[in-house]
Design a protein around this ligand. Structure first.
Ligand code: FAD
Ligand code: NDP
Length: 427
């Protein structure tokens, strides 16, 4: 049994939706494109799962957040794919890929062949079992990557209303879920190994602001330690977490956000890997010229950083790499090298921040930390390479992005500190 397509997108997440829209804009014909996804729903804006989806009142639900509404663009419902003659093969895992024969084998036993393949398999959440923690399969332990994870989290939150949650991990998932739990009237204790939250991006001063804000909402932080074990009841539910120093924290539920690992296993030994992902060039093309990779799974050269290869795990790079790959496929020779400005953001409670560039070099903070309107610049070899802003408006975020894009020179760090946001606004 088998079907053949000109273009196949393997994975049905954020990148798949943006790539599909771009394919139609670049003239793909009905019957030429197929998307295969393990998930049972059409591509959606994954960031909604830790934000609108978890709201206690009027939560976001599909079909409201199918791609590409996150970029204020068309909303691609299943009907849209049908109307455009795009084959959506949902609820179907690809279990083997033969890049020499240009075929994919699904778990249902179907062989799907392609002329050009886009790998859009994203990543999976790391599990506590992988760190040797036992009992981590309990029914009130939640991860958050897919819609089904989000549904479980919503159910467990409802069952724990008025109770207590332990959040493990101080990264994006930990911070956004802790805020959602508080909003759902669940008391939160966050546990993570670093000295402060969001350690890979935030400076201690920036982290202090968010931690104090979270504490004002009743969140308790236990930093610099990790989980040692779970205490489960006879029904297999977690009753308490035990930390490495022996501290016992009673709880009704647990949310785990300890990072991700890219879904590359189908391609090990067939494609060149880098930074834990699949290495691509400035056209998003892998070491096999018929195969492209985009989104969380792709490690691509960032021109702005002198061509250094990065693998980014953020929605903006997912959207842009997807569009770029489709351009390169549909308009070969016309598509320039990908020139990406790394961009990350988060929204929690009433707060909202954006970051552009790279957080290396010396840091200069500015603004009003007490009034939740502040930021930082990272300066490396006399140029601003990274910029963070909390509480800005659209023009201000555009201004800090421009500073990074233009690699603006800075002679005097004290002067930069005094000028603060004005430095960017005046560029
Ligand atoms: P994904 O969206 O993960 O899609 C991968 C798809 O491939 C999935 O559908 C998966 O089921 C499928 N798949 C994988 N393997 C197979 C296989 N073998 N066979 C069939 N199908 C397969 N980023 C931000 O910048 N801002 C945010 O606010 C933000 N919020 C987030 C909130 C949450 C809860 C999560 C989990 C992520 C968030 N991100 C955010 C990150 C962002 O969502 C990802 O960077 C983005 O989804 C990556 O897109 P992708 O298409 O590469 O992977
Ligand atoms: P992150 O990488 O952001 O954070 C993981 C956190 O868990 C870090 O604090 C990490 O510490 C800690 N950690 C790692 N191992 C352990 C362990 N064994 N025990 C306890 N803590 C541990 O990953 P997340 O899981 O938070 O997010 C998953 C993905 O979702 C990421 O790709 C992220 O970019 C994306 N996402 C993005 C959002 C956004 O951009 N707004 C929102 C939500 C998700 P250490 O640094 O020391 O390893």
């Amino acid at each position: 049994m088998g079907r053949a397509f000109v273009y196949v997108i393997l994975g049905g997440g954020v990148t798949a939706g943006y790539a599909a829209l771009e394919f139609t804009r670049k003239g793909v014909q009905p019957g030429e494109l197929c998307i295969i996804s393990e998930e049972s729903v059409a591509p959606y804006e994954r960031p909604a799962l830790s934000k609108g989806y978890l709201l206690p009142e009027a939560p976001a639900r599909l079909p409201a957040f199918h791609t590409c509404v996150g970029a204020i663009d068309e909303r691609l419902t299943p009907k849209w794919y049908k109307e455009h003659g795009i084959e959506l093969v949902l609820g179907t895992r690809v279990k083997a890929a033969d890049l020499r024969r240009k075929t994919l084998l699904t778990a249902t036993g179907e062989t799907i062949s392609y002329k050009t393949l886009i790998i859009a398999t994203g990543a999976r959440a790391l599990k506590l079992e992988e760190f040797g923690i036992r009992g981590a399969g309990a029914e009130n332990i939640c991860y958050l990557r897919s819609l089904s994870d989000a549904n479980k989290l919503v159910d467990v939150m409802k069952a724990s209303s008025g109770g207590h949650a332990v959040v493990i991990g101080g990264g994006y998932i930990g911070m956004e879920c802790a805020a959602a739990l508080v909003t759902n009237r669940i008391r939160v204790t966050m546990v993570f190994p670093e000295a402060h939250c969001m350690a890979r991006l935030f400076t201690p001063k920036i982290a202090d602001f968010y931690e104090e804000y979270y504490e004002s909402k009743g969140v308790n932080f236990i930093k610099g330690t990790v989980l040692a074990s779970f205490e489960n009841n006879s029904d297999g539910k977690v009753m308490a977490v035990i930390l490495r120093d022996g501290t016992r924290v009673p709880t009704d539920m647990v949310v785990v956000g300890i990072g991700i690992t890219p879904n590359t296993s189908l391609f090990e030994g067939q494609l060149t890997m880098d930074k834990g992902g699949i290495k691509v060039n400035g056209q998003m093309q892998t070491s096999n010229s018929s195969v492209y990779a985009v989104g969380d799974v792709a490690a691509f050269p960032v021109k702005l950083f002198g061509g250094g290869v990065r693998r980014l795990e953020h929605v903006d790079s997912a959207r842009q790499t997807a569009r770029h790959a489709v351009s390169a496929i549909m308009e070969p020779g016309k598509t320039r090298e990908f020139d990406y400005l790394p961009f990350f953001y988060s929204r929690v409670f009433g707060l909202s921040w954006q970051f552009y560039g790279d957080n290396r070099g010396e840091v200069v903070h500015y603004g009003d930390f007490a009034g939740a309107r502040f930021g930082a610049y990272w300066v490396d070899r006399g140029r601003v390479v990274g910029a963070f802003l909390e509480g800005g408006d659209r023009e201000e975020y555009e201004a800090i992005a421009k500073v990074i894009r233009l690699k603006i020179e800075v002679k005097d760090l004290a002067e930069l500190e005094t000028q603060g946001l004005n430095f960017a606004v005046q560029v």
